[in-house]
Write a protein that binds this ligand. Structure first.
Ligand code: T4K
Length: 434
């Protein structure tokens, strides 16, 4: 492991990881079996429209979650829209400001108004008090997110929505396989929505699902998923095309099979990160909330600039140059993204959002999953310790060379024409500058 600040790749040193580590890199475990499944699909000639693999995938998701119905769709964004339409939502829906933008955009796209509430500083899920303060005469639903797989405050939201005659949908995009008090995600509220995007714990390349214990709601979602057509040709509703095809269903089934391996790898990585980070001031690893069971798909760190010595953004930049492609989800908060930030005051934002502001400025996510070994995680931990120990020198070099900071050659965030570590032959720009 490098020891001197000027050996960091951002200043021209060789990256610790030539092959970069990603947050959410998909790995197809059982790749050969998946290829055989795909061949079977080709042989069968049934590619989509409620095929046998889709039905098997839906039954498997329902069995694993313990919910009565699963309606698989092409992604979670469409799943939110179909669920919202199936519930006849109107007017405003309360969502957390701290989430992936799809949660809000899915609603706005179909003419609903997302109203942003703040999140709990410990779990990062929607704060029930803040959500309650956003209720108004036009509110038709609350849509909390099980962020990072942490189950939202389900009991409080059940009470709040029952008292106010509202619908309750959970965005469980991060929470497949997660539980609260042994109840699996998929069983809370009127419906829950999963994402099976390539970066998720279970993936179908692209995919999503609406899971519910309400049979009528499931039937309506099925119809809306396929143009609003019932039976062979009767059109009973305004629907969309939200279908999941057979190849995605095959991938989803194989991904479900390898959940135990992924769960173990994520737990081992988390443990390795936790061990190394104990001795690094200013970095705190977000813990799994009490009584939750987590898929550990996200390793979330909070950076305390004063104690660590560098800002979150500086740290992300340094890590990425070393081939540790950390992310800073979800910055900016949704309320600071278009079209919400330019809307009239009071339309989307009615309450203070201090926790969202704080989290979006201080969190980062580290690579994990089957593509990252516990040894890699340990290396990243050592690197973080070194960066902290050399933070004063790094700040000095940063100021001197701000215009010449280097990128990892594989970094997709590298601006066109920006230099990579290799381009100056692994020499430190300090040494190059004499
Ligand atoms: N609600 C919430 C709370 C969500 O987080 C999301 C999605 C949704 C709703 C909507 O779900 P979907 O409609 O997508 O089903 C990613 C994902 O695209 C997005 O699905 C996810 N949340 C969000 C949190 O993260 P990006 O822009 O970070 O993706 P990207 O392409 O940078 O991928 C992340 C890393 O994974 C990359 O560094 C490389 C690696 N990767 C990615 C892909 C796609 C690979 O190695 N191979 C790949 O094929 O948004």
């Amino acid at each position: 492991m490098k020891q001197a600040a000027h050996k960091l790749s951002i200043f021209g040193g060789t990256p610790v990881f030539a092959a970069a580590l990603h947050v959410g890199q998909p790995v197809v475990h059982g790749h050969d079996q998946l290829l055989m499944d795909i061949n079977d699909v080709f042989r069968s000639g049934v590619y989509t429209n409620n095929g046998p693999r889709l039905r098997e995938f839906e039954l498997t998701v329902a069995r694993l979650t313990g919910a009565s119905h699963c309606v698989a769709v092409c992604n979670a964004t469409i799943a939110i829209q179909i669920a919202a339409r199936a519930m006849n939502l109107t007017g405003e829906v309360i969502v957390p400001a701290f989430t992936f933008i799809a949660t809000a955009h899915a609603l706005q796209w179909i003419g609903l108004t997302p109203v942003f509430a703040d999140v709990d500083p410990h779990t990062h899920t929607l704060c029930p008090d803040s959500a309650a303060a956003c209720l108004g005469p036009k509110t038709s639903a609350i849509l909390p997110v099980h962020l990072w797989g942490h189950i939202a405050h389900t009991e409080r939201f059940r009470q709040l929505t029952e008292q106010n005659g509202l619908r309750l949908i959970y965005d469980a995009s991060h929470a497949f396989g997660c539980q609260y008090r042994r109840v699996a995600a998929g069983n809370f509220g009127h419906a829950e929505v999963f994402s099976f995007h390539a970066t998720k714990f279970v993936h179908a390349f692209e995919g999503g699902a609406i899971v519910t214990n309400d049979g009528d709601l499931a039937n309506r979602c099925r119809s809306l998923r396929a143009f609003g057509i019932s039976g062979l040709a009767e059109i009973t509703d305004i629907g969309t095309n939200g279908k999941m095809h057979e190849l995605s269903a095959c991938a989803g089934l194989r991904s479900i099979e390898s959940m135990p391996e992924r769960m173990l790898a994520n737990a081992a990585n988390r443990h390795a990160y936790a061990r190394c980070l104990r001795s690094v001031p200013g970095l705190s690893l977000l813990s799994v909330p009490d009584e939750n069971f987590s898929n550990s798909q996200y390793v979330v760190l909070r950076v305390d600039e004063e104690r660590f010595g560098l800002t979150r953004d500086q740290l992300v930049r340094i890590l990425r140059a070393e081939g540790v492609f950390a992310r800073s989800y979800f910055n900016p908060g949704c309320h600071r993204a278009e079209p919400y930030r330019s809307a009239d005051p009071g339309v989307h934002v009615r309450v203070p959002l201090p926790v969202t502001e704080m989290l979006s400025a201080t969190l980062l996510q580290l690579p994990t999953g089957l593509a990252v070994s516990a040894d890699d995680a340990q290396q990243v931990g050592k690197l973080l310790r070194l960066i902290h120990q050399r933070s004063a020198e790094i700040r000095r070099l940063w100021t001197l060379h701000e215009q010449r900071l280097l990128f990892h050659p594989a970094d997709p965030s590298r601006p066109d024409g920006a230099d990579t570590c290799e381009l100056i032959g692994h020499k430190s720009i300090l040494r190059e500058a004499g």
